[in-house]
Design a protein around this ligand. Structure first.
Ligand code: HEC
Length: 160
């Protein structure tokens, strides 16, 4: 399967089975399998994408930095929950559950701080846009704010 067909295939399957994000309990996993499968064939590897932007290497904290988690939560409550649930359910955008498993930390940082370029040029972001049919507006987070939201996402995904 060539790259274009692979992408179209993945969009079709995802659109038919999950819509934007997922609604059933296990669909988060199914969704991952759908995104991965065609890309394993064409080598593009959605999950391996770091997205477009300046973040090429994001250093992770073990254990998580609880101050950053708290800051990330306040930012999320103000700027993100209008469109994102913390479960695997879709609202306007995909639910966040498992997002740190399906995306590289660099991809999340680049997408959140450089949303427009990624929606224009990054294959994984474009696949989401095709499904959600709404362009996520740039939220104008500073690098530090975006990093704390990422810390919060790790916490939500059960990392410590
Ligand atoms: C107006 C609605 C809206 C707001 C507000 C919003 N988003 Fe989004 N977000 C979306 C949509 C829609 C998508 C799917 C891509 C697209 O269609 O643009 C998305 C996708 C994402 C993704 C990728 C999810 C995945 O499953 O790969 C991340 C990460 C993300 N948003 C983070 C954020 C953060 C962080 C905030 C708050 C600072 C935020 N979003 C605020 C609508 C929104």
């Amino acid at each position: 399967m060539n790259k274009k067909n692979g992408v179209i295939f993945s969009l079709l399957v995802a659109a038919i089975l999950t819509g934007c994000g997922s609604n059933s309990q296990n669909a988060g996993d199914t969704h991952n399998a759908q995104l991965k499968e065609p890309n394993e064939k064409n080598g593009a590897g959605v999950d391996e994408s770091k997205g477009k932007g300046k973040f090429t290497e994001v250093k992770l904290n073990t254990p998580l930095d609880q101050t950053m988690v708290a800051m990330g939560k306040s930012i999320t409550d103000v700027k993100c929950v209008a469109c994102h649930k913390l479960t695997d359910e879709k609202l306007v955008g995909p639910g966040w559950k498992g997002v740190t498993n399906r995306r590289k930390p660099e991809w999340i940082m680049n997408f959140v701080t450089n949303t427009d370029e990624n929606l224009d040029k990054d294959a994984a972001a474009q696949a989401l846009l095709e499904k959600c049919m709404v362009r996520m507006p740039n939220q104008h987070l500073s690098d530090e704010e975006a990093r704390s939201v990422l810390e919060y996402m790790f916490k939500l995904d059960g990392k410590s």
